[in-house]
Write a protein that binds this ligand. Sequence first.
Ligand code: BG6
Length: 335
Amino acid sequence: YEQPNSLLNAIRGRIDYKDNKIKLGGIHDWIQNINKAEILYITACGTSWHAALIGSYIFEEILNIPVKVEYASELRYREIPINSKSAVIAISQSGETADTLSAIKKAKDKNALTMGIVNVVGSSISRETDCGIYMHAGPEIGVASTKAFTIQVVILALLSSFISQKMKIEKSRSNLESIKKVPGLINEILNLSDEIFKIAKEFINVNNFLYLGRGYQFPVALEGALKLKEISYIHAEGYPAAEMKHGPIALIDDKMPVVVIVTKNGFDKIISNIQEVKARGGKVISITTIDSQNLREISDHYVYLSNCSEIDNSITPLLTSIPLQLLAYHIAVLK
Ligand code: BG6
């Protein structure tokens, strides 16, 4: 419930809406080096890795540069062609996760430019990196990070806009306009808590959950599944919706709730994925920014996030992740 305020704190002073300019003091002096990088890596663990994946989609869409997202635990041990022409961003709420710290040390040893997106001021990763952006999320008390996730995504969106402005790419305007609306919209979504509580009650005794999303909603599906696993101890998997047919579909029956995240991008495609789930008797919980009669009818549960349909595609994860956090929270408390 602190999310709207945390978000406001994270963006305060960083967007000048008069001329849509971004200010990121911690990387300002490094922007030439960042722009010179031929490849960008983003490395992290857990929830921070999911934010990294969304960040890579934003960077590739806005900046049109290749971005590789690596689990820090893999990057630190794998042979990987990082060199002085690479930039490596480490994302970490705590700034102390051992794998992420080792990954960034390896990147430094290979002469890459290193940047941190970290919440805890003065933490090891913030000290080890060449430059960085603090999240200003406030303390994350529980093990499962929630507000840290949304803030990591917003910082990555700001960073891509900042770089695009310096590179004179004019593609980021609509995502800045959308970011402005997000705190108010999150407040509205938090009002759906009672509705989500009722859905949660129906599923406290199931053993498995599947989460599906396409495009920007795929990492959201991964994150929704992780939150459920971490706090309710129910097995859950996140999948790209179309990939479901290559395996997980065999597991779907009336004991398998399937959470599907639906936005206007790929809407028709995801409706046909839902029909595939229904054909096998799966229970569909739709989380949607589009109010559609058809979707209502084929869903067993329908959570409509009103006023969100016009938000820029790259920014919708900030909204669609909230009902998934609430679902995991209510199931965990009820159990
Ligand atoms: C895990 C936590 O141990 O560390 C996750 O359970 C978290 O919730 C992950 O996302 C990474 O943490 P950090 O601090 O590096 O973002």
